[in-house]
Design a protein around this ligand. Structure first.
Ligand code: GUN
Ligand code: ZN
Length: 461
């Protein structure tokens, strides 16, 4: 049950995606959000008269100032909350040595609940402060710590898919591995049941079945996880085709399969509720299979660059009708910000374009779509979040940009957001300046289902 909120009218400019290619920029809007956090009306003309027209005269009013606008909350479709302490620590490693050197030791240490509490509290607070209202999380193999992540998301009010990581293969280190298929399934089932117990409606927190990736799991384990997904109706997430040595390893480990995607397909895991991270090097046939199964892809540009995994062919994936969202992939990725990922997605697309032509380039509008509506489709929430439409829930962020008045003086109270607005920019240019120059200092307030879940000193609600 959502807590009962005050009816609120959010007044000011708002920006959201209408489609992959098109943003709506409404420079004078009023969005009414009811006691359940659901958008009751979106007014684009008569902002002054809206409360009377709607019979909402006693509603609370929240106004955007400082050249700001309301924007839908970001969706992070792939993030390892357990790896947050390592964000920025990767040296010159690539995937397989990075896992052994940096990642498994850290994840294994989260068996200690005090440590897990510190890490997960910080990870959730930090992503909220960057405007992430929904996240598909990987935790670790540990059941109590994974359940703790679910508790923290629920308490802080972030929408989250909570994944207990499965890894039973002997390629996983002996200090950090599921003891058997039966143990992996029993532990995963415990986490599914726990999430469903603490949030029976699944409105905020839901479980996600999480085979780490094919090299970490035996075929039997993957099949059992496919069956568990079917039985529970839960989402699933894993990694696919991230770098060349990993793909070679999968071909070696699963020689009778027709490639990486086929390993998941044969296990019953390639389906519309599967989120595949990376998909950098899928073959044409694999892309066809992913499209045919309607599995979703999380594009993680910062991670793919940091670990020198490759440049994901996002335009090609989109042209094939595959649903794509953005993922930070902390700590393969160094940043918990989806705004940063949107920027990085643009850079990666330009590197692809340098080899394959301009068609590969992603636009500002397109990456902001991937960050919101695209991500919502990836996690199955496209009817509820990702845009401002009547009937959707108020998962939103208030963005403030600094206004520099004539004479070039800053605000007297030291407002120091990274984006200078001179006043003559067209609105689409302001949005582009936010995308390329903005950061969490611009995110002054964040709501999930109408509940204020983060705010800074700039917010006067
Ligand atoms: N980026 C990334 N790829 C993986 N493949 C298997 N595990 C991981 C992980 O933790 N991060
Ligand atoms: Zn990952």
């Amino acid at each position: 049950m959502a807590p009962s909120l005050e009816k609120t009218i959010y007044i000011g400019p708002f920006v959201h995606s209408k489609s992959l290619a098109e943003l709506e920029i409404c420079t004078k809007g009023a969005i009414g959000v009811d006691e359940k956090g659901v958008i009751a009306f979106v007014e684009r003309d008569d902002v002054e008269g809206v409360s009377k027209k709607e019979g909402w005269e006693s509603a609370k009013v929240v106004e955007v100032k400082d050249n700001g606008f309301f924007f839908p909350g970001f969706i992070d479709t792939h993030i390892h909350a357990s790896q947050y302490p390592n964000a920025g620590i990767f040296g010159k490693s690539t995937l397989l040595d990075w896992l052994n050197t940096y990642t498994f030791p850290l994840e294994s240490s989260l068996s200690a609940l005090p440590r897990a509490t510190t890490v997960y509290t910080r990870a959730v607070s930090r992503t909220l402060s960057h405007g992430t209202t929904t996240a598909a999380y990987y935790a670790t193999v540990h059941v109590p710590a994974t359940n703790l992540l679910a508790d923290i998301c629920l308490a802080k009010g972030q929408r989250a898919l909570i994944g207990r990581v499965c890894m039973n293969s002997t390629l996983s280190p002996d200090y950090y591995r599921d003891a058997s298929v039966a143990a992996a399934i029993a532990a995963s089932r415990e986490c599914v049941e726990y999430c469903r117990r603490i949030d029976p409606s699944g409105e905020l927190v839901a479980p996600i079945i999480t085979p780490r990736f094919a090299p970490s799991c035996t075929e039997e384990c993957l099949h059992a996880l496919g069956a568990l997904q079917k039985e529970t109706g839960a989402y699933a997430q894993t990694h696919i085709s991230e770098n060349a040595p990993e793909i070679a390893l999968v071909n070696e480990l699963f020689p009778t399969h027709k490639g990486y995607a086929d390993v998941y397909d044969k296990a019953g895991l390639l389906n519309p509720k599967m989120i595949l991270a990376h998909a950098v090097h899928l073959t044409a046939k694999e892309k066809e299979l992913v499209a045919a199964r309607d599995a979703k892809i999380s594009h993680c540009p910062a991670s793919n660059t940091a670990l020198t995994s490759g440049c994901a062919p996002v335009r090609d994936l989109l042209d094939r009708g595959i649903t794509v969202g953005l993922g930070t992939d902390v700590s393969g990725g160094f940043s918990p910000s989806i705004l940063e990922m949107a920027r990085q997605a643009i850079w990666v697309s330009r590197h692809v374009a340098m080899h394959e032509g301009d068609h590969a380039k992603l636009s500002v509008e397109e990456v902001l779509y991937l960050a919101t509506r695209g991500g919502a489709k990836v996690v199955g929430l496209e009817e509820k979040v990702g845009a401002f439409e009547v009937g959707m829930e108020w998962d939103a962020q208030m963005v403030a940009l600094e206004s520099v008045p004539e004479g070039g003086e800053r605000h007297e109270d030291g407002f120091v957001e990274g984006v200078d607005v001179f006043g003559w920019e067209a609105w689409e240019d302001r949005v582009a300046k936010w995308l390329f120059g903005g950061d969490d200092r611009c995110t002054v307030a964040v709501w999930v289902r109408g509940r204020l879940v983060h705010s800074t000193g700039r917010y006067r609600g």
